[in-house]
Write a protein that binds this ligand. Structure first.
Ligand code: HEM
Length: 455
């Protein structure tokens, strides 16, 4: 295995800070700065790190071969972790993101057809039309909350394409607030390993219940409409509910959990990616100019279509490079269901194994000048030359992001539509920072000044 070449220490002596004191220190460091802490572990201890995390022993793998082993070769031995499930189940139920085993296999098979390439191709026009609608009232000189604009846009797109429905402005706003609440609370629970029992009537619990009700009400409205009309609109919701009504294959509760998961996972990640893209472009005028030149040459001011995408390699490179530096899913974890070895290192059953696309994708062994935004690095076949799993913004193996192709298409179409009309600059005095909650969000939002490219 290639990994052995670059592991710092030898089999049997998994390196890393372990012990009671280290466990407390690690937990504190994790809470202060998750990304800094994980980067420090990887750069100090190497490709396989064993560390105490509060009372728990945890393993952190940083080599593409180790990641490949866990996500692909031996995927069947691993489940999502108990901590992930405990924290997310109150929101996502038994939805695709956190289910495992036979239930996950059955659900993935049922839902997968909605994401086939031919199906997704039909969504392109909606994505562009909604992007145009979103900027219809943008004017030069305005300062807009770009993180919110991107959230509303991607939320509208996911509800229309997968559920055949339009949200009311109030629903859109409420879901935005609900996702903010969910992110803050779940992010906190992951960080502190502490979860207040949900029956304790705290303010946080009331907020959480409100957030849950908001999303559930919207899903109920969608379901009720289908049940009234029984109209097969060919969308994912119709498909799932038909599977419920035909009996046996999916329960009503399961369809709700899947809908909830897809609404949340299907817009937040892409919105964050686009928000970071605008930020990076604003910081890198040369890359921005190259993007504009490509869009002007290929599209000449008309809206992009699916067929244009192969002729927009720099646009794609900008999205790929953003996903490298700011992968929305910056960390994921697995729990082996039996005693395993990762490379030469033993990992006992039931312990947490962490993978961080954020850390791996900034590793100087795989990327020159890894901290720099250089979209052009993707133009000459880099992806083919990279070791598999040195770049993994969508995870990999059987549990690879089901929305991978959807998201890449959506992000490129939105970027191409908006960047033809507008440039965005950071609002004066605003200092963005990363906020690693469940996904990698911008702390304090991303207020940006709108400039009209045609002026
Ligand atoms: C840039 C946007 C996105 C990023 C970076 C992203 C990232 C990821 C990653 C890394 C995973 C795997 C997590 C793991 O292995 O533990 C995942 C899973 C998943 N994603 Fe995405 N995602 C994005 C967009 C989407 C979209 C648009 C949808 C749906 C419309 C979606 C739905 C899901 C679902 C349902 C899963 C669970 C799949 C399973 O376990 O079978 N994601 N995503």
């Amino acid at each position: 295995m290639n990994a052995l070449r670059s592991v710092v220490r030898l089999p049997g002596s998994a390196p890393g800070p372990v012990g009671i004191i280290a466990g407390i220190r690690n937990l504190q460091a994790f809470q202060r700065d998750i990304l800094g802490f994980l980067t420090h572990l990887a750069r100090t201890y190497g490709d396989f790190v064993q560390f105490s995390f509060g009372p728990l022993t945890t393993y952190f793998i940083n080599h593409p071969d180790f990641i490949h082993q866990v996500l692909v070769e031996e995927a069947a031995k691993y489940y999502k972790t108990r901590i992930t499930k405990a924290v997310l189940r109150p929101l996502l139920g038994e939805g695709l993101l956190i289910s495992d085993g036979a239930l996950w296999r059955q659900q993935r098979k049922l839902i997968q057809p909605a994401f086939h390439a031919t199906r997704i191709a039909a969504y392109a026009d909606t994505m562009v039309a909604y992007a145009e609608r979103a900027i219809a009232d943008w004017r030069a000189g305005q300062v807009r909350r770009i993180e919110q604009e991107m959230m509303s846009l991607t939320l509208d797109i996911v509800t229309k394409t997968l559920f055949g429905e339009e949200l009311t402005p109030a629903e859109r706003e409420d879901i935005g607030r609900a996702v903010d609440i969910g992110q803050a609370q779940v992010g906190q629970e992951f960080k502190t390993l502490f979860r207040m029992p949900h029956w304790v009537p705290t303010r946080a619990q009331r907020q959480r219940q409100w957030a849950l009700n908001v999303v559930n009400r919207v899903i109920d409205r969608f379901i009720a409409r289908y049940r009234q009309t029984r109209e097969d609109r060919g969308d994912l919701l119709t498909m799932m509910l038909a599977a419920v009504d035909e009996g046996g294959q999916m329960s009503d509760a399961q369809a709700r959990d899947e809908a909830f998961t897809l609404i949340v996972a299907g817009h937040e990640t892409t919105a964050n990616t686009l928000t970071w893209t605008w930020y990076l472009l604003a910081q890198h005028p040369q890359a921005e100019a190259t993007l504009h030149a490509e869009l002007d040459a290929v599209l000449g001011g008309r809206p992009p279509t699916l067929d244009d995408l192969p002729r927009l390699p720099f646009t794609e490179a900008v999205i790929k490079e953003t996903l490298r530096l700011y992968p929305a899913a910056y960390v994921t974890a697995r729990e082996p269901q039996e005693d395993v070895h990762i490379g030469p290192f033993p990992v006992p059953k039931g312990h947490t194994v962490i993978i961080s696309p954020y850390v791996t994708q900034r590793d100087p062994r795989w990327f020159d000048a890894p901290e720099q935004f250089r979209p052009e690095r993707w133009l000459n076949g880099l992806e083919k030359r990279l070791p598999k799993f040195a770049y993994l913004p969508f995870g990999g193996g059987p549990r690879v992001c089901i929305g991978n192709t959807f998201a890449l298409m959506e992000a490129r179409l939105i970027l191409a539509t908006l960047a033809q009309r507008f440039r965005l600059q950071l609002a004066p005095g605003h200092q963005p920072a990363v906020d690693p909650l469940v996904t990698l969000r911008p702390k304090y939002g991303m207020p940006m000044l709108v400039l009209d490219r045609r002026a």
